[in-house]
Design a protein around this ligand. Structure first.
Ligand code: COA
Ligand code: AMP
Length: 277
């Protein structure tokens, strides 16, 4: 097998994080990836960075291959409706009302450097550093899967690096040990579509979850206490995972349209597929 590298970029202004991107690539794709990341960082909607940092790191163990979550978009009427629907979806994933309330409190404060890790039943925080949170990293998508994802998203007018990056991240997170669900609201004031990701349901986009111009946002990973938080954190931050297959890119639907659970992400209850694309 060819050698694979994790390529990671982050852009800052002063000490503030402006943007980040990462992927897993073969050696001959590193150059064009770096160029693309630099271009993206310099044209970010949060403004120009003063520092751009790039890391290229050899991946020393073969990545695990997973399927992307299927993608759906829920019809929402505004922030209150979108948040109510997010809460309904999270309840379906077994997340308690208390944990949902805690999550929305964290997202309305914002300012974290990663995701909050919350006990899906009791609502307690499980990560060691509550200002930093935990970050999903060491992730990517194969060239073939990226080609098919671009084509499928284009058909629904959703082909944007932000959607692709978030889907790859959410798919790695959903395949993690103990993960019940993820809730995300971007902290970008211009981006008002959030999502809930649930392993057996999919990546469910929630337009209008915040008002344009809002500075709040962040991510919350809900996990069951049956798994040790340290085990999940090691997986999220260190285990190389690549999306090798894509799933359905669905239409705009109502909550009823989500009735049938999608189980292709964890077939047979397995967390991770090892079969390459
Ligand atoms: N937000 C805010 N600060 C961040 C950050 C983020 N997303 N990622 C890194 N930083 C800052 C922090 O200060 C961090 O120090 P800390 O660990 O004490 O918090 C410091 O940079 C170094 O972080 P490190 O993990 O060493 O960075 P890295 O170069 O290995 O990876 C990223 C940086 C941005 C590529 C990675 O963190 C990431 O977010 N990857 C996912 C990117 C992606 O696809 N996002 C999709 C979202 S739609
Ligand atoms: P964004 O989707 O880039 O607008 O990020 C929204 C929020 O997600 C940020 O404010 C962070 O709290 C969190 N976040 C960003 N990157 C990661 C990551 N790699 N893993 C977990 N959480 C992240």
């Amino acid at each position: 097998m060819k050698r694979l590298y994790s390529v990671r970029m982050r852009a800052e202004r002063g000490r503030a994080h402006i943007s980040g991107a990462e992927g897993i690539f073969e050696e001959n794709d590193i150059g064009r990836t770096v160029l693309a990341y630099v271009g993206r960082a310099l044209r970010h909607s949060k403004g120009a960075p003063d520092t751009l940092k790039l890391k290229v790191e050899l991946i020393r163990r073969p990545p695990a291959f997973i399927s992307a979550l299927p993608v759906f978009t829920l019809k929402t009427r505004g922030p209150a409706d979108a948040r109510k629907k997010a809460a309904g979806l999270l309840a379906r994933a077994g997340v308690s009302g208390r944990a949902v309330k805690k999550a929305f409190g964290i997202l309305s404060t914002g300012g974290m450097r990663g995701a909050a890790l919350i006990d899906s039943e009791g609502g307690g925080r499980l990560e060691p550093d509550k200002t930093r949170g935990v970050r999903a990293s060491m992730l990517g998508i194969s060239k073939g899967a990226m080609r098919r994802l671009t084509a499928a998203l284009s058909q629904k007018n959703l082909d944007h690096p932000r959607v692709k990056d978030a889907l790859v991240l959410a798919s790695k997170v959903a395949a993690g040990p103990g993960i019940a669900a993820e809730l995300c609201i971007s902290d970008d004031p211009d981006y008002t579509t959030g999502y809930v990701a649930i392993p057996a349901l999919g990546y469910i986009r929630l337009p209008h979850i915040k008002k344009r111009g809002g500075l709040e946002g962040g991510r919350v990973f809900f996990m069951t206490k049956a798994v040790a938080a340290a085990h999940l954190i090691r997986y999220l931050e260190e285990t190389p995972v690549m999306v090798g297959k894509i799933s359905e890119i669905g239409d705009i639907i109502t909550l009823h349209g989500l009735e049938a659970p999608h189980n292709h992400h964890k077939p047979g209850g397995k967390k991770i597929l090892h079969k390459k694309d």
